[in-house]
Design a protein. Sequence first.
Length: 106
Amino acid sequence: MIKSKHLYHLSVDLHHEGTDRWITYKYKIAFIKEEKSEGNGTYMQMTREGQDLAFNFIDLRFNTVYKPEAEIAFIALWANAYWDGKEGAYKLERISIRRENEDEDR
């Protein structure tokens, strides 16, 4: 297994529509490539900042949207789809994605 060259920091502010409830989550995200796997062999690993264990591995092996050269765009697309506010879910209101060792938010 090979981790991506870059580690990303994702911060999201979520709102439960119709209420005054807000939540902020912060994650570290790495893309992991498994050379002997099917498809593109890629998984997205998300770890909540302050926790040691990854809470989620997302299988991207057959995902046609993911492109290694556009990882920040993929994270934003994924987050907007995941926290879409439908069916009582929290809605993404603010997002910040930063590659580790970079000061500029994207």
